[in-house]
Design a protein around this ligand. Sequence first.
Ligand SMILES: [Fe+2]
Length: 344
Amino acid sequence: MTDLGQEALQLVSLHGSIAAAARAAGISRSSMRDRLSRTGWKLGKPTRQLAAPGISTGGIAEIHRIDRELSRPASHAGRTHLVIPDSHAHPDFPNDRFDWLGRFLLDLKPDVVVDIGDMADIPSLSIYDGARSVGGAGGKKSFEGRRYKLDVAAAIDARRRILLPFDTENSRLIAAGEKPLILPELHSCEGNHEDRIRRVSSLIPELDGVISIDDLEIEKLGWKFHEFRIPAIIDGIAYAHFLISGVMGKPVGGVNHARSLILKGLTSSTVGHSHLRDFAETVTADNRRLLGLIVGCFFDFHADFAGPANSLYWRGLVVKRCVQAGNYDHQWISLDYLRATYGH
Ligand SMILES: [Fe+2]
């Protein structure tokens, strides 16, 4: 549909007739009819009625029908996305939740999976706990015993567990001579915890190439990697660990986090990072629905660095259905539900 056609439909809907819409647009009625005809709508007789094939028309009822058409997505088709919020695989805590996630993934069979970042916690490079490698002042007692290799192993193990049920099912299907399942598109957004690895090699140049983000084997395990702070645009949604609020590169946040996200970026956006959940929507003058989503987190242990803020966290997964042009129906899947249903 052309922009002029869309605008013509909106004007007719707003003003109640082709003549009034033409007057408002400052064009002739025949020009307005011409613009309407470009939308695929046929002009019936008398000329004030707009008729779509197979639908009887007339007067104000027709205008209401146009309203419904304008407020409805072009199609109810669209893809299914599964969003994995900050999951913080950590060598001191079990990775069972990734097994539950893998079983859920096999049941859901989404088209797209998005890891929103911080799947690798990397506590050995925590500046909060004093890791000197990233500019810390010296290790706290809690820092003792932390080892980079263990951190990396925990993150790789998490990613393998997510896909294990899918891979196992496909092995079974292939062995039975049946068609294997199509693996979802896998996207991994880099979080600030993964970014710790980059900071080490920037602060200690002699370690450049010794440790790197490749240690996490993200792409090797089949995920498309999206660098920190650069959104991945998937089906009209900007996915990132967080989106920046301005030239300082700080995250968008605050009490109205989800609303701020869409007002800043002017596009449907989904982020993690805060470990809280929030949702907001707004509809633009040209009838685009912008959805802002903050997805919480996906870990079940107490995060030492957060203290009492742990009780504020929302823990679980997010499923989006009918994803199309930034619009979708979302569903919160709590970690408690996931454990009760898939933790066997
Ligand atoms: Fe996080």
